[in-house]
Design a protein around this ligand. Structure first.
Ligand SMILES: Cc1ncc(COP(=O)(O)O)c(C=O)c1O
Length: 391
């Protein structure tokens, strides 16, 4: 964990210790300064525009507080996300293969740019353009097209986003017939794809650009190269200087962009839950396991439970002790949530660490991206997590 994050973590632990009643658990705590720092530093090492992907964290208080840095735009994937920020000043991109006429109409009304996933969405936009002004559009390219322009491009997972080469060319021609202006193209190869594929993608995109130009009526003016940054991209030792050099080969008139959620939000979010009970269970081999039963878990923070990973790597939370008494844990201890599900296992503490006590708090870091937004909240009618914003 980098020093600055350590400081935020330490300051937050002190706040909880000195005024526990200010934090109604389970809750998320988001740091505005960490979001801004992640955004500004990532944008600076990329040397391009950086679009924020709202699906990673759509807490509106946080977005409003960070609004002054997200000036390259916000990517939106649902009508409810759009409604959240529709009245704001920021540039908006809507992008979802399932976007229907309602969503696209709302997008046009709020002056968003539509990222066209397939030609049917283009037809909807054409119909709407008869009554409303539409922004020049962006066409989404399926990652398979990248291989066509660079055989050395690493393999990418099959996905249903965007268009293959034939459909892309067809869509450009149709847009020309409909007199809809194309601003450019959107490439996204999935989360965590950046380190492995960014250089190859830039090379492919460069060749692709010249190939599409043949069908275009106007110069391509915008290219979103995607993203897929990890939560800890500074530690990934990616050679950003070399990458920027490669990007300098694109025509200088072209606006280049990347898009990120996790790389901006993950480290800026903490999850806080309070320990309601502690108990131990002896198994048939006489092994004792300690459990700390918390007031929040899978129902408020689905990703902590790691149910989607074949090998669960549970997180080690920081225990915020309210008294200074240190009692050593004699066995490993598991933290469990409040949902009665066997899968509601959210963290662990190693034998030898400070034994958690009833009423203490467990603080999990790196919970700012998807932890809240990717959680199904209606199970057992358990309460949703609260959210607090700190500087
Ligand atoms: C089109 C698009 N852009 C950006 C993102 C954000 O990805 P990440 O949070 O990994 O940066 C996603 C995530 O699913 C996406 O689908």
């Amino acid at each position: 964990m980098h020093d600055r994050l350590n400081n935020i973590n330490g300051a937050l632990a002190e706040m909880v210790k000195s005024s526990p009643s200010n934090f109604k658990t389970p809750c998320y705590v988001y740091s505005v300064s960490e979001v801004k720092r992640n955004y500004q530093e990532l944008k600076s090492v990329l040397g391009t525009e950086l679009i924020y992907s709202l699906k990673s964290n759509s807490n509106i208080d946080l977005i409003v507080r960070c609004g002054d840095v997200f000036d390259d735009g916000i990517e939106i994937a649902s009508i409810n996300e759009l409604n959240l920020i529709a009245s704001g000043e920021s540039t908006k991109y809507i992008n979802n293969p399932s976007a229907d006429k309602n969503f696209i109409r709302a997008a046009v009304s709020s002056k968003a740019t539509v990222v066209i996933d397939h030609v049917e969405q283009l037809e909807i936009l054409a119909e709407l353009s008869q009554r409303r002004k539409v922004n020049p559009l962006v066409l989404r390219v399926n990652p398979f097209v990248l291989k066509r322009f660079n055989v050395e491009h690493p393999s990418v997972r099959n996905d249903h986003f965007g268009m293959d080469w034939q459909h892309l060319v067809g869509c450009i021609k149709r847009a020309n017939e409909l007199e809809l202006k194309i601003a450019g193209f959107h490439l996204f190869k999935g989360s965590y794809s950046f380190n492995k594929t960014a250089v190859a993608t830039a090379k492919s995109a460069l060749s692709m650009l010249y190939a599409v130009q043949e069908f275009m009526q106007d110069e391509v003016e915008f290219l979103n190269l995607g993203g897929g940054f990890s939560e800890d991209w500074r530690a990934d030792s990616f050679d950003f200087a070399h990458y920027r050099e490669l990007l300098s080969e694109f025509p200088s008139s072209l606006r280049l962009a990347h898009e990120a959620g996790r790389g901006i939000m993950a480290s800026a979010g903490f999850f806080l839950t309070r320990i309601r009970y502690v108990k131990s269970i002896l198994d048939e081999k006489d092994n004792l396991t300690e459990y700390a039963i918390c007031d929040g878990g899978i129902a408020q923070n689905f990703l902590l439970a790691q149910t989607e990973n074949a090998f669960r790597r549970l997180k080690y939370p920081q225990i915020i002790s309210l008294n200074e008494k240190y009692i050593e844990l004699e066995e490993d201890c598991y933290l469990v949530g409040s949902s009665c599900s066997k899968d509601d296992l959210i963290g662990q503490l190693k034998k030898g660490s400070n034994k958690p006590q009833v009423g203490e708090y467990a603080l999990f870091n790196y919970c700012g991206a998807y932890n809240s937004s990717y959680t199904v909240s209606s199970f057992l009618k358990l309460p949703q997590a609260n959210a607090y914003i700190i500087e």
